[in-house]
Write a protein that binds this ligand. Sequence first.
Ligand code: FES
Length: 353
Amino acid sequence: MLNMGGPSTVAETHDFLKNLFMDGDLIPLPMQSMLAPLIARRRTPQIEKQYDAIGGGSPILRYTRLQGERMAALLDELHPETAPHKAYVAFRYARPLTDETAREMRADGVKRAVAFTQYPQYSCSTTGSSLNELFRRGKAGEINDVQWSVIDRWGTHPGFVEAVAQNVERALAKFPEATRQETVLLFSAHSLPMSVVNRGDPYILEVSASVAAVMERLKHSNPYRLVWQSQVGPSAWMGMQTGEALKGLARLGRKQVVLIPIAFTSDHIETLYELDLEYAKEAREHGIEVHRAESLNDSPVFIRALADIAAAHLKDVTTGQAGPTSIQMALRCPGCTNATCGQQKAWFARGGR
Ligand code: FES
């Protein structure tokens, strides 16, 4: 289960930030190995305060483990041909990092593995970065003799869409029935630098497809927008920004909003701090009543969706109806100049050989 991860304790914040700024697939910096530690050190105190404010760390590891354990148990029933199944977590920036997970898999004698991204929508900055890291570890011989296949995206899977839609409905139900229909559904996803968007990254398209699928399931019961959060630094990022959108809706006289995280599968700092403690608070000051749709966390509908996605993948790959990677994964961004992307895709297409 691949994801970015987050510091489980406040003390892990610095290492998390350092790993994040060291990742050239996410943030390409000149003299990365020198600059990254400096930026991480400078930003640590402020981010530590944010983790403090959400209870002393990110719950992403706890939720990912819980989702993984329950998914694996379901998978034993749904696809007994490949049982027993075991879920491992490999985070890109926090523990357990890929090398730690590789050691654990080696000790367990794993021979067959699925790299299952926990980002529903594909971006080369997120899933692509995790796959590049896995590829590097594989090439370095840290994960030997494992036959790999990849689940690289699933942003319109009906189970995922259903789980999000149910959480939206629960949030909507908090508004009085008489005015419920006027509530704006504000879908929020992590933004991307325009340099990434403009090299042909598929993320914006895929997040939009998730939103369209959720709205279809909700029978377009409410007006909605997709907006983007968590931009950092002075360069241009995909907009409109979530905070600005809330202020704009207040200016237009809107009084009710449901905020919906659409690109995260569990709570972490972007939901618990940024959405709940920053944006929602600010919107309330502007006279808007805001409720946030819950993150997927321990949703049984969502965990069943994960198991269904994995079972269908295992069936297709085992019966030869699909290769180790999807057709879409083989295509590099038209503007990609990162040689590792090409090598990684070819390596996984050969089953990690
Ligand atoms: Fe998208 Fe390399 S940046 S494939």
